[in-house]
Design a protein around this ligand. Sequence first.
Ligand code: ATP
Length: 268
Amino acid sequence: MTGNTPDTPRPPDPNASDGERRPDRARRSILEAESLSFAYGDVEILSDVSLSVDAATVTALIGPNGTGKTTLLRTLAGLEEPTDGAVHYHGPNVPREIGYLPQQPAFRPGFTVAETLSFYGSLVGESRADVLARLDRVGLGDAADKQVEALSGGMTRLAGIAQATIGDPPVVVLDEPGSGLDPGMSRRIYDVAREIAADGTAVLVTSHDMELVERSVDVVAVLADGGVTASGHPTTLADRFDVDSLLDVYEAAVSGDSSRVRVRGETA
Ligand SMILES: Nc1ncnc2c1ncn2[C@@H]1O[C@H](COP(=O)(O)OP(=O)(O)OP(=O)(O)O)[C@@H](O)[C@H]1O
């Protein structure tokens, strides 16, 4: 079976380790990759990847450049069809199930930020006031009347993050949301991700900022050589690898020469 399939909610995993279990509530999978594989032509990028994206949780996918994080996010978001395995959506039946921030968000020129986001909001019944509140939340309130083509790279990303949350989808997938943002704004975006998760949303991010991930997320999944090589709460992972930081976990969980970029499953 391939593609996104709706499903009934699953009970929490009783085998989750203590560090992966929230003290106040059990985790509930909203989006799930099941034995998922993906190839561009005959080049396999992902192989037998299983991953759960849980409600009320910020999950970070980390891994070397070119290892397939964007490909996995796009497949989970239904933008790519897996070559094998399946993506299961276990969330409620709502107008917008998944909000997605691409790595390089772009908007059609000729419109203001508020006009652009109001258009997306109108598709799911959100008012201009709702949209302006979303812009405020990501720190872009003052740019509501700016033309989208006049936004800086970081501001465009912030607008993209606001766009991804329109309609309050049960799953929000953010591909490198902190990329191109100054440190204060990166932290703010992760705070926003935590706020959204606190409302019950399943938030999945990719990042290369280990410090920010370590202090901000509930679950980290390390993607390397086509598969998830480790996953769990940052502290649980550090304990498991007997190291002091997520950066050390990353280095232990990612095999091979970290100074080389993976290109189509090979190193270059
Ligand atoms: N459209 C495409 N056609 C062929 N190969 C592709 C295509 N898009 C990506 N790839 C290859 O798939 C692999 C995974 O790319 P992907 O963008 O998913 O990696 P990533 O982990 O997100 O990288 P980064 O951290 O640099 O953003 C890379 O080797 C890349 O060259």
